[in-house]
Each structure stands twice: as structure tokens, then as C-alpha cells.
Design a protein around this ligand. Sequence first.
Ligand code: CJB
Length: 829
Amino acid sequence: KEVKDYLRLLDKPLDESEAPEARNSALGEDALWHVLYSLGQDNTHLTERKCYWGLVLAVRDRMLEKWSEVQRRYYKNDDKRLYYLSLEFLPGKFLRGNLLALGLENEAHEFLRERGFSLDEIIAKECEPGLGNGGLGRLASCYMDSMATYGLPAYGYGIRYSYGLFRQEIRNGQQVEQPDNWLHEGTHWLIPRPYKLYPVRFYGTVYEWLDDNGILRHDWRGGDLVMAMANDVLVPGYRNGHVNSVRLWEARPHKEFVLSSFNAGDYIGSVQEKISDENISMVLYPSDDAPEGKTLRLKQQYFFVAATMHDMVRRFKKLNKPWDQLPEKNVVQLNETHPSIAIPELMRILLDEELLSWEEAWYICQKLFAYTNHTVLPEALETWTVELMEQLLPRHMQIIYEINRRFLEDVRLHFRDEPDLPSRVSLITAGPEPRVRMSHLAIVGSFSVNGVSALHTQILRDRVFHDFIRIFPDRFNNKTNGVTPRRWLRQCNVPLSWLLSEHLGCGWVTDLNQLEKLRELVDVEEFRHDWEQCRLTNKKRLADYIEKMNGITVNPHSIFDVQVKRFHEYKRQLLNILHIISLYNNIRKKPEVKMQPCTFIFGGKAAPSYRMAKDIIYLINCVARRVNSDPHTRNFLKVIFLANYNVSLAQLLVPATDVSEQISTAGYEASGTGNMKFALNGALTLGTRDGSNIEIAERVGDGNIYLFGLCEQEVIDLRRRGYDPWDIYKNDSELREVLDMINSDQFTPGDPTAFSSIFNSLLSGGDPFMILADYRAYVEAHKRIAHEYVDRELWIKKSIMNTAGMGFFSSDRAIKEYSEGIWDIAPDV
Ligand code: CJB
């Protein structure tokens, strides 16, 4: 087939084998009905916007019918339920995914076409909820998709931020943050539940009293109350009639007005209180892999956790079962330590409200909670000062002290000859400003602690939580991350999905291991040709986007080398740009040497307070400006920074990528999930032996991936021996030239110190990320890539082998492992 044939296929639905669920009325009719009766607008004159919201409501109706059936079934079958608590979710745009899941894409398409609109254009304008920072939030959304597709009795819980992650603009090469008012025109994807309203307390005083048995009891009263209001987002399974939901809490004022100040005539003052209460769910913290220790953040955590525990307890109480059945009928997965305050909160409910004994309450907690760790960066391990905790959550602090007292007593008893152990594992640090270690709380209060890749879990065992392994040897386990094939192949790569389904059938969409069958097709020439055409189609689409957004023409036959992810020193975007500068120098010096044209594409946001990350973004943009405008190099080398990287942009980039850059310092990236999305779509990984790269290599085969650089143990050894970047600087003249350019005004004419902080971090600062140590190996790997890319036959085979080997990295597999290995829950479909 020619490219144009695949382009035409883009217009058609892929999987017509499964008809949508029978329903009396057509989707389009329902959409029109909603335009009039729900939106209150004339439905004889349609606009794109009216059609969009009409469709949303019609799709929502269909999901609600299933959702309500499914909820009744959970209740009737007395299912054990999973609560997935996450401060972040990154679902991406909703419409296409929901249509696909319900088998309604065709109908929606027709409805719009008859009225002169296009589904693609409407979706291009759909806004994306950015209720998360990066990998952790996106993982939560992939998992929600897999839970619904597997049919698990599961609920997601989080916060309905009014403002998601900031919108990134690039002005004069620098990141500028703009607020993301994603709810400005409201959204019908959220179902507000104004009657599902729980009070959440902050500050206040703890009172003591004696119950009838003479047991000392506690009562937390006073302080400030904020209301948590539920908003539900529906999550349909793929063509299985199953619909789950994610409940996002929104902060509401406890009272409309504070009566006393209102009476005193202080109208503005009384409204002020309403505003500050609503602030709790106003904005997502824009930090990734590094918490910001601000009071509002702790308030957000407790706010959503308290409302969620309330919801769980309310549902459980309807069953009229004894309390020890709570963990038989429920399990709570904590996504990072952010929701770990749930442990003392449930203790408080059971002790103070339900009047259980400490032993009963603690038994329940330890059987109910499970904790996933997502990072080993020491600065990202959350702690809160005891002082703040005592103020904001005084009862929880008492409970944490008591958990710690009992835990350390046990430790002393069992490890008599290790007098230092208790202080190392204590939930509270020593010193003048004691802090609560949330990870220690999460470990002690859970029955399961898991890492997110084999290497990461090993590092948790060997280093980060080494002491705890001995105390709780059976508690630790690995669950390697996964991504949903619905969004990250079926939805984002229509040409390839067509090709796969033509040859393998449609089963791969819910059973990704079926991609293994591709191995039989690598030697079929026609198949390889079609494969390449699909990739080219995707690359052209990306090239058009780049032209439109950045005004730069890129050659779709050049290597598309992509690094998109949050900006962080450990992810080493710097290593990438250093190599690009050296390529640039080489082309200029030896114009006669023919080079494979390359397009280097970057995208990602820096935390607004992360100076170095922002400097790196600036450097990339300055290098891009210079390189793209140089007539000597511009046929061979382009550098593109795509602003405002988000889920939608990822969906465009992933299927168009030849080389996926996964180059973190070994030992730092817990897993990575971008690496999986790219390889699944046939990109070749250029990566370090870090996170899940190692497992990807095991499955796609060493010959189909470019691994380079120090492994985790070598990083540790080199650090121990003493890493001297100056030594490398002195001995590598090519690299020295690059570094000296950065340390001059080459890329910032008239401003020679613009990047001196970067230069110093690489050399004088001792660079914990060892960028220069891996530089040579990285350059050599790039040379191999450029060489092998030219052999199209070889490259396409490698590309196919990547897709073929990625079945394991489906989030369906991960969720199956969680449900069997941790949650002990089964599908109810
Ligand atoms: N991660 O995105 C975040 N935020 C954090 O605060 C901590 C970790 C990332 O989680 C992903 C999902 O597990 C991992 O793939 C990634 O390596 C990690 O950085």
C-alpha cells in the first residue's frame, strides 16, 4: 500500500468486528437531544462546540447505564474492592478513548460528517486535564484503563484541581508558565455529586475521655472544617460493557458565610474564608520527583485522603459486617507516599469514632494498605516536620507517635545487638527539627511495598529500605510498570494498528502478547515495506505539526531522535544536547563527510522553582536557534523544542519516533514508562542500563536496542573511587570544545555567563549524575545508530522486533500481577 492508502485508512474505524452495545436510539440523535435539553441550546443550528458537548453527553449516558449496572453488581456479589489513591491522574483527552472503548467511533464520525464537521478537528480542540506532573500520574491513568478492561471492582481517588499542571510557553528560548484553566467552560466528563459531601477538619484540639471500660479515648474537635465534594469521571473498559469511576474531590466552603463576621458587617472578610477553603483543590503542585514542603500540599493530601476513607467506611458500613472484615472486603493502594496519611486517618476513625481497641485497629490497617514506591531520589522521599503535623493534624501526630513507639519496641526486642537500628528505621527523625518520614510510615502500616521495575525494587532492597527488608522480609515485591495498549498503540498509531490487525487480528488490543506473532513476519518483504510506510505517515504528520508550531521544516526521512519527559538533571537532557553540539561542530569542520540527516526533538516541563532544569531548557533552545539557522548544517541537523509537552503531544510523537532517548544515570530512574510507549510503537531505544530499560532489552533482544554507559554498580564504584570530571575534560578534546562553547557566548551572543551554572555543575560541582563519564559511550552509540539506520532493511526488522517483544509491558499484565499478587481481587464481568 502507498502512504495515501494509509492516510485514507486514518479516516476509517479500525475494528468493525464488534458492534456497539445495542441501544434504542442512535448516538447522533441523543447528541442532538442533549444540545437542546441539557445544554439548553438551539439544535437546529449546530456549531462544532454544540456537537462536541452533545456527543460527550450522549457517550456519557451510555457509560452511566453500564456504570450503574456494574456498581449494583459489586454490591450484589459482595465483591472485594480496590481503592487506588493518587494525588495525580493524567487521563489525556477523553472523547476518542471513550468512543473506542464503547465501539462508537464510527457512529460519532458519521454524525459529525453529515453535519460538516470532522472528529479529528473536534478532538484537536478538546482540552486535556493535566491533573498530574508526569510518569506517576500517567501510570495511574493507564492502570485505571486496565482495571476497567479487566473488569476489576476498583475505584480511583484523587483531587479535582481547578488548575492542572501549568501550560508551558517558550519565550526567547525560556520557559514561561501560564495557568491551565482547564475548567473554564466546565466539563461534562465530570459528574458533580453535590450531595456527596464530607467535612474535613484541620487544626483543632484533641480532648481525652474515659470510656465505660476505663480505656482512654480521644476526640478531635474544633479547628477549621472544609467540605469535600465528589466529582466522578467514568472509565470504560475496552468493549466489555464494564465501567468504573475515578472520584475526584473538590474543596467547598464549610459554610457559605461565617455568620459572626457577617453579622458584624464584615462582608468581604466572610467571603474571604469561603475563598481560602476552596483554595485547597485550586492547583496541582508542579513538582515531579521532589516534594515541596508547603502546608497547602499537606492539606491537599489529608483533604482527599480523609474524604476517601470516609467514603470507604460509609460503603463498608452498609454491609453490616464486623470490622475485621474491612480488609477482607477492601484493599487500598497508595500511589507513592502522598496519600500515606490515610494510615493514621483510618486508625483515628477506628479508634476515636468506632471505638475499636488499638490492636484491632492496627490489625485492620496493616492488612488493608499497600504502598507503591516510585523514586529513590533522596530529596524526593517525603517528610513533614513534626511541628507542622502537630498543628495541622494534632490527632494524627499522636497516632504516629504511638505507631512508632510500638514499632520501635518490637525492633529493639528482635534486634537486640543492633542499637543503631531503631533510629534508622524510626518514623520520626532525631535532631532539633524532627520530621515524620512518610515512607517509613507507609512501610510499617502496609502489608505490601512494591517497586516499579526489577532494578528499582532491587535498589529498594539493597539500599533505600535495606533495614526494613530484615524487619519485614515478606513485605517487599516488584511490579514492573506497564502502559495501556489502547491509548499507546490503538489510539495514537492508527496506521500501525491497521497493519497489525490485518495480519494478527484485533486481539492484541486486549492481549498484547499476541504481538509475538510479528516475529514470523519480519522476513516478509511486503510486510516490512508496509511497516515503513506506516512509520513514514506518522513522521510526516509530526513534521507538519513542527512546521506549524515552530515554523521549521524538518525532513521526514531524517532520523527522528526524541527525548520527551520532565526536565531533571538525572534524566540528563544535558548529555543529549552536548552530543548535538559536537555533531554540529563536526559537520562544520568536515562538510565533505556525508552524514545521515538527524532531527533531534525535545519536549518537557521544568518545575517552576528548579533553576537548573530551566537553564537546560534555555540551552537547548539557544542551540536550536543557532543550529537551525546555520546554512552549513541545516540539511543534516535540526533541533526542535516542542512547547507544552503533555499526553496529547506524546500521542503525536510516540508513533513518529525512530530513536527513543532513555538516558538517565543508572540507578536513578525508578522505571520510566515513556520508554515502553516508544518501543511498543517500533522506536529503537538508546538507553542506559536503568529502570525498566533493562527489562525492555531482555524482551526485545540485545541486538535491537542500544544500551550504553555505566551500569548502576559502576556508578556507585566510580563515586566511591572518586569521579573527576576535569580529567575527562582534559583528555577529550572534542568534548572540551563543546563545554568551552557552552561556557562562552557562542549560543547567547553578548552574554558569556548565561550557562556558566551548567558548566560548573558538570565540572566543578562534582556532578552526581556523571554526565561526562558516559559521554564517550553515548557518542559511540549514536554513531552505531547513524550507521545502522541507513540499512533500511536491518532497521525495519529491528523496529518490528521491538513491537513484537513489548507484550509484557502492557498495563493489563501489570494490573493482573497487582490483583493476584497484592490485592487478592478478581474481575467481576
Ligand atoms: N515518578 O512521576 C513521578 N513522580 C514522582 O514523584 C516519583 C516518581 C515517576 O513514576 C513513574 C511511574 O512509576 C516512573 O516510571 C518514573 O521512573 C518515576 O520517576
